[in-house]
Write a protein that binds this ligand. Structure first.
Ligand SMILES: NC(=O)CC[C@H](N)C(=O)O
Length: 304
């Protein structure tokens, strides 16, 4: 791999900059994670990997899991999925309620909480054992049977997730949630609690850099067209109201989570995961964003 030196140089530089972010504490369990953690791992489509820092330590991937739940629902339901949610950037915070009123309970996209809650509802309607089946899907995507939810994080969020409870009930009032809201939220909190290291995260997401197929054995996870569309959504909606900024500065499809993780995809080349828990004002990892900006600038490996 010819960009190891570039990654080392940028990692060492960003490690030492002042971190102006703040760890997410609204989920009490996330407040216990050391904000000093900083890891990065890249996996290329020819399956070479390289990482630095805390790249093998697991963390709560939170909203990054919304891409995986979308992929499973998209596989099952196909294009009909877009009857229940949109594909437009929301331009507002991940947990915002306001647009739902004017949009009649149709979330703007699958990556804001409202959209991921509708996806959770779709999966509950289509899976026999939603939690087990979703976990099996995630494990199969990278042949990693070690991956798991964190019941501590899921329980911690359940205790304080009043805004998500409000979102789910509000959407239900428009008829766009078909199951019992408490079952939908239980599944939603569980999928947000998935834990992975940067290495595992970049390996799980590699199929999105490989036209929807697992590079290891060419198994199809998504069709070529579906994979292209999921990448398009990550590009336009992956960072809430900072999605434009991420496209502008980094130039890759990606997705962030409040655990401080970011995954970014370069179609046909690589997937890269970064983790640093302190978040900027928009809820995205402060150092993670800076690292990726420098990486695509120095390596000239963005999609634009
Ligand atoms: N942006 C995020 O990662 C948010 C996910 C978190 N579980 C929530 O619903 O608030």
């Amino acid at each position: 791999m010819n960009f190891e030196e570039t990654i080392k140089e940028i990692y060492n530089k960003i490690k030492d900059i002042e971190d102006n972010g703040h760890s997410a504490t609204y989920i009490p369990q996330l407040a216990n994670v050391s904000s000093e953690n900083f890891g990065v791992y890249i996996t290329t489509t020819d399956e070479l990997g390289f990482g630095l820092g805390n790249c093998n330590e697991r963390f709560s991937i939170q909203s990054i899991a919304k891409v995986l739940s979308l992929c499973l629902a998209y596989r099952i339901v196909g294009e009909k999925i877009w009857d229940r949610l949109g594909v437009e950037p929301s331009g507002s915070a991940f947990n915002s309620l306001v647009q739902l009123e004017t949009d009649n309970g149709i979330p703007r996209n699958p990556f804001i909480n409202a959209g991921a809650i509708v996806i959770s509802d779709i999966l509950i309607s289509n899976l026999d054992n939603p939690k087990e089946d979703f976990l099996a899907f995630v494990r199969s995507v990278s042949n990693n049977t070690d991956l798991n939810y964190s019941s501590k994080v899921a329980d911690s969020e359940k205790e304080v997730g009043f805004r998500n409870v409000a979102l789910c009930n509000f959407i239900k009032s428009f008829g766009n949630i078909h199951n019992d809201p408490s079952d939908v939220l239980d599944f939603y909190f569980e999928l947000c609690s998935l834990e992975m290291s940067c290495k595992e995260l970049s390996e799980v997401f590699l199929f999105l850099a490989n036209k929807g197929r697992k590079p290891i054995d060419n198994t199809e996870i998504l069709t070529k067209s579906q994979s292209k569309r999921v990448n398009a959504l990550m590009q336009t909606c992956g960072f809430y109201d900072e999605s434009g900024d991420f496209a502008f500065k980094v130039g890759l499809p990606g997705k962030s989570g409040v655990g401080g993780g970011i995954i970014a995809i370069h179609p046909n080349q690589y997937s890269i995961a970064v983790w640093s828990p302190k978040l900027n004002k928009k809820g995205n990892s402060f150092k993670g964003m800076k690292f990726l900006e420098e990486f695509t600038t120095k390596s000239e490996l963005s999609i634009f």
